[in-house]
Design a protein around this ligand. Structure first.
Ligand code: NAD
Length: 354
């Protein structure tokens, strides 16, 4: 399908491409929806196999942000950006960050950037030297690393899934975490503090070792697929598209609840496949909204208490979606319907934010 047809079928408002001859920056910004307000979404730095893959990623991620903001009851739309690296592991530079900042600035606040995979608070601050429409820095912009709020939100969502399954305690449970980075490590810490046994895996061995040494987690080895382990909860906390026809038949878990975006390869098909297998899936954009709530909340002027209450509310939202999914085809579809209802019933803001 060509790009315009893809945009039309998924409802994207705007997709812009940019290349900066001075720095070699290649980037795409996709604004999926501004119906509820201006759109905040992270910037991902990644070495994609092709431009097609980068477009596919930014379109999927930006659509997910619309649902994430709506389901979290934030007056914000959905957008995302990607920086296309020439090779994996390419080190970020101030010149690259500033070039990306100028690209973001061209949206005049309709798009507000933040961190995502490959982008640090330092990179956000470099972007902030060229635009005020950026969250997640520590010195030039504000917000810092949102991962503690993301992990807390996923933990809250996990509690709802467990309660729905009749479990009130974490002790005695086994939770498997794929990816021990910023969010996975903090989720492991929360699960361990609550008394669960935690199995971890990561392609970056030092990150996995840190969970073992500091938190008492058990490593399953980076070459062993955590998706075959017998678990109460599987928490995908690395990259997306990990739940599809190849993995779902192998799963031996009761619940899936993790921080990764776009966990399902094909949301309708794979959401239904999980339901058929009797696995409760906490839709990613419901469970992992804590980081967005934190950064969007600061951008919108919410207090720390209001932000924490909203992150706590993820438990209630998960309960609602699980309940609605009983009479529908899957939690994935119930969550999209839940977010779309909020978009339809919320009056559009009269003045632009930012
Ligand atoms: P991160 O880069 O800090 O950590 C990801 C970890 O996953 C890394 O340690 C990496 O080595 C590991 N990994 C990559 N591929 C793997 C594989 N195949 N098997 C095992 N481990 C693998 O990223 P993060 O900030 O923790 O984000 C993780 C996911 O959560 C991403 O999908 C991100 O988009 C999503 N997310 C993050 C936030 C946030 O606040 N950081 C918010 C919402 C969603």
């Amino acid at each position: 399908m060509d790009l315009l047809s893809l945009m039309q079928s998924h409802g994207h408002e705007l997709v812009e491409f940019h290349q900066d001859p001075g720095t070699g920056l290649k980037a795409i910004i996709a604004v999926h929806s501004t119906v509820l307000g201006n759109a905040l979404g992270g910037t991902r730095r990644w070495a994609y196999a092709s431009t097609h893959d980068a477009i596919y990623d930014v379109l999927r991620l930006s659509e997910g942000m619309t649902y994430k903001a709506a389901a979290a009851d934030l007056p914000m739309g959905g957008a995302k950006s990607v920086i296309v690296l020439d090779k994996p592991g390419q080190q970020p530079t101030e010149a690259e960050g500033r070039a990306m900042g100028r690209f973001v600035e061209a949206f005049h606040g309709k798009y507000i950037a933040a961190e995502d995979v490959g982008v640090s608070p330092q990179f956000c601050d470099w972007m902030a030297m060229e635009t005020k429409h950026i969250m997640g820095g520590e010195n030039v912009s504000t917000g810092g690393d949102p991962s503690p709020w993301t992990s807390q939100g996923v933990f809250n969502s996990m509690k709802a899934c467990l309660e729905a399954a009749g479990d009130t305690e974490f002790s005695g449970l086994t939770i498997g975490i794929q990816g021990c980075g910023a969010t996975g490590f903090k989720l492991a810490k929360l699960c361990r503090a609550a008394g669960a046994a935690v199995l971890v895996t990561d392609v970056h061995v030092p990150s996995m070792k840190r969970c073992v040494e500091e938190l008492g987690c058990m490593a399953v080895g980076n070459d062993k697929n955590l998706f075959h382990e017998e678990l109460d909860v599987l928490a995908p906390c690395a990259l997306g598209a990990v739940l599809g026809p190849e993995t779902i038949p192998q799963l031996r878990c009761r619940i899936i609840c993790g921080t990764a975006n776009n966990q399902l390869v094909e949301p309708v098909r794979d959401g239904r496949a999980l339901k058929e297998r009797g696995i409760a899936y906490a839709p990613d954009f419901i469970a992992n909204a804590g980081g967005l709530i934190r950064l969007a909340g600061l951008y919108l002027g919410l207090t720390e208490q209001q932000i924490d209450e909203k992150v706590a509310g993820i438990e209630h939202t998960t309960h609602e979606v699980l309940r609605e999914a009983l009479s529908t085809t899957s939690t994935a579809e119930a969550a999209i319907a839940y977010a779309k209802r909020r978009i339809e019933k919320t009056p559009a803001p009269t003045a632009a934010l930012g």
